[in-house]
Design a protein around this ligand. Sequence first.
Ligand SMILES: [Zn+2]
Length: 308
Amino acid sequence: MTPPPPPPMPTGRFAPSPTGVLHLGNLRTALASWLSARAAGGRWIIRMEDVDGPRCRRDLGEAQLRDLEALGLTSDEPVLWQSGRRGAYRAVLEVLHEADRLYPCACTRKDLLKLASAPHAEDGLRPYPGHCRNRAWEGFDRALRLRLPEGPVAWQDRLLGSQEDDPAALTGDPLLFRRDGCFAYHLAVVVDDGAQGVTEVVRGADLRPVTATQIRLQEALGLPRPAYAHLGLVIAPDGSRLGKRGGALGLAELAARGVGAPEVVGWLGFTLGCLERPEPCAAADLIPRFDWTRVPKGEVRVPAPWAT
Ligand SMILES: [Zn+2]
């Protein structure tokens, strides 16, 4: 008998889009994923999700890496920029096409808006109703969607516990390739988590509704399912979402108000249940104190003096 393969190295990741400044919510996610990986004796990697066309900029990504480094968070591997991965994504589309899981979608943005009756359309998440499901294959130069199997997906969240979602009700068949030639977020994130051996995905609660859909795509590709943890969002003192109104509340803005990196790390560590009160510290000081059972589930409000 062959012995079972050794368990994979615990691997966490932080995967921002280089479209702006990392705000305190992004930084909290980065620190939590780093602490979780480090506390498990694992590795931690940074990936730049820059597939989304011209909004993504190399200089913004590099500024994000400098901010992470200022907090003591550096990638154990060279940073992966997804814009260099188009060949790999295309190969995966071919695998899915061979398995008859893809179909071309001819809907325009206007069609989709007309079809959308969902009141939560405000957050940009409208389930695709499957209009084009029975369209014949027209080649790889069309918008392509994944045909989801029916039924709900049950999964465990390190923070939120047992979850069950029906991806058809949340996203519908996800877009994997866009009419403009760009690979879509769902495809890139699932393929690269698999390729990089990621065992744990820590991210903001705003991405929780796409988890079941991404699990379906992992299954279609035969990829292992990582553990998930969805953190409550960080909101401004007035309750608004960071970056939407007012300042981005990034490190440079905070530094200009006299709040340095050790103070930011201490406050983030406090909001993650590692410290009894916010006090300046280094990220490494928090590793032995990190425990998912102590991380609060809800939203976190930025201290008022930091935002004014
Ligand atoms: Zn369509």
